[in-house]
Design a protein around this ligand. Structure first.
Ligand SMILES: [Zn+2]
Ligand SMILES: [Zn+2]
Length: 325
C-alpha cells in the first residue's frame, strides 16, 4: 500500500470510539470506513509514557481542564476481522477505555475479553492493566498473556498478579526472543530483545506482520546505540517493516528544567531524527513516535516541536489511528 492510501486510512479510521479523541471522523466500523472488511489492522490505543497525561501530581497541567490534551498510556490493538480475534500490546492502567475502544472498533461479539495480550516488560504503564482481568473486575477466564520468561515468572510469583494465574484469569504463554508465533493464518508476532532498565523483567519490542504490511513496536529502549552494540541496528529493522512505533519519551535535553537529562535512558526524539537524517523520505515516513512523557512538547499538535518532526518527514502516533496490515 502506498503512503497516501495509508494516510487516508489513518484519518478515515480514526476516532471511532474514543471520547475526547485526537482525530475527528464519523462513527462507523472498519468495514464501513476503512479497508476491506477482512483486512487485519493495528489500532493505536494510547501514546503516552507510563504515567499518562496529565500525570499524577501535575496539577498545573492544562489537560485537567482540556480533555483533548489528555493522553492514555502507550498501547496498540491488533484485529483480524477474518477470525474476529483481537489482541492488545501492553495492558496499561488505561486498559478499561482501551479495551472498549478496540472491541468496539473490531465489531460486536459475545466474548468480552481480548484473545491475547502481549507484554513488553514489567514497568507500570505496560502490564498493570492486567488487574482488570481479575475477580474484582472482569473475572476473565484463561486470557492468553504472552510474556518472556522473566516477565512470566514475575507475574507467577508476585501478588497480586500471581492470583490472576492461580485463579485462571490469565493463561501465561511463554515467548522466546526472535521466535515467531502465528496468531492466525495471516498474522505473525515476533519479540525482539531491547536494552532497557531490567528491574523486574527483560524487555522486548515486537514485530507484527500481516498479509501485506509489518509493524515494529518499541515503546521503551535505553538507546539505539546500545541496541547497535547488541547487534541490532535501527536502520536494519526499519528496512524490514512498513511502520515503526518508537520510543519518544522526551523531545530533547532541557525538557525538564533543572535536570541533566543527558543520562536519561531513552533516545530523545531530536536524537532519533538526527540519526536518521540521511535516511530516505520513505524510511522517515515509517516512524511514528510514541510513549511521550507528559513533559514532551510534541504532544501538542500545534507546537513548534511537533511541526519540526512533521516537517522533517517523521510522524507522531495519534490515539485512534488505524493501519491496515
Ligand atoms: Zn514505559
Ligand atoms: Zn520501561
Amino acid at each position: 500500500m502506498d503512503g497516501s492510501t495509508s494516510t487516508l486510512l489513518r484519518v478515515a479510521f480514526a476516532c471511532l470510539v474514543f471520547s475526547g479523541c485526537d482525530r475527528q471522523a464519523a462513527p462507523g466500523g472498519p468495514a464501513a470506513n476503512g479497508p476491506p472488511a477482512d483486512t487485519p489492522f493495528i489500532m493505536v490505543l494510547g501514546t503516552a509514557q507510563d504515567g499518562g497525561v496529565p500525570q499524577a501530581g501535575a496539577h498545573d497541567h492544562p489537560a485537567w481542564t482540556q480533555p483533548d490534551r489528555r493522553h492514555l498510556a502507550t498501547s496498540l490493538g491488533l484485529v483480524d476481522p477474518a477470525t474476529g480475534e483481537r489482541w492488545m500490546f501492553e495492558a496499561t492502567p488505561d486498559f478499561r477505555q482501551q479495551w472498549h475502544a478496540l472491541d468496539t472498533a473490531a465489531g460486536k461479539r459475545e466474548k468480552n475479553v481480548p484473545d491475547g495480550i502481549f507484554l513488553t516488560h514489567a514497568h507500570m504503564g505496560h502490564y498493570t492493566g492486567l488487574m482488570f482481568l481479575g475477580h474484582e473486575s472482569l473475572g476473565a477466564t484463561g486470557v492468553p498473556v504472552h510474556a518472556m520468561e522473566q516477565m512470566g515468572a514475575f507475574l507467577r510469583t508476585n501478588g497480586p498478579w500471581s492470583q490472576l494465574v492461580t485463579l485462571g484469569n490469565i493463561s501465561l504463554q511463554p515467548l522466546a526472543a526472535d521466535s515467531t508465533i502465528h496468531l492466525t493464518e495471516r498474522i505473525r508476532v515476533t519479540p525482539l530483545r531491547v536494552p532497557h532498565r531490567q528491574e523486574f523483567s527483560e524487555v522486548v519490542a515486537y514485530r507484527i506482520e500481516g498479509p501485506t504490511r509489518s509493524v515494529l513496536f518499541v515503546p521503551d529502549i535505553d538507546s539505539w546505540e546500545e541496541w547497535d552494540a547488541e547487534g541490532t541496528r535501527l536502520e536494519d529493522v526499519l528496512a524490514d517493516v512498513d511502520l515503526a512505533y518508537v520510543d519518544a519519551t522526551f523531545y530533547a535535553d532541557g525538557e525538564i528544567p533543572g535536570r541533566d537529562m543527558s543520562t536519561f535512558p531513552h533516545p530523545f526524539i531530536a536524537h532519533t531524527m538526527a540519526r536518521l537524517e540521511r535516511a530516505s523520505a520513505d524510511t522517515k515516513a515509517k516512524i511514528r513516535f510514541i510513549h511521550l512523557n507528559h513533559t514532551n512538547p510534541a504532544l501538542v499538535a500545534a507546537s513548534p516541536e511537533r511541526r519540526a518532526i512533521e516537517a522533517a518527514g517523521f510522524g507522531v502516533a495519534v490515539r485512534g489511528d488505524m493501519e491496515s496490515l
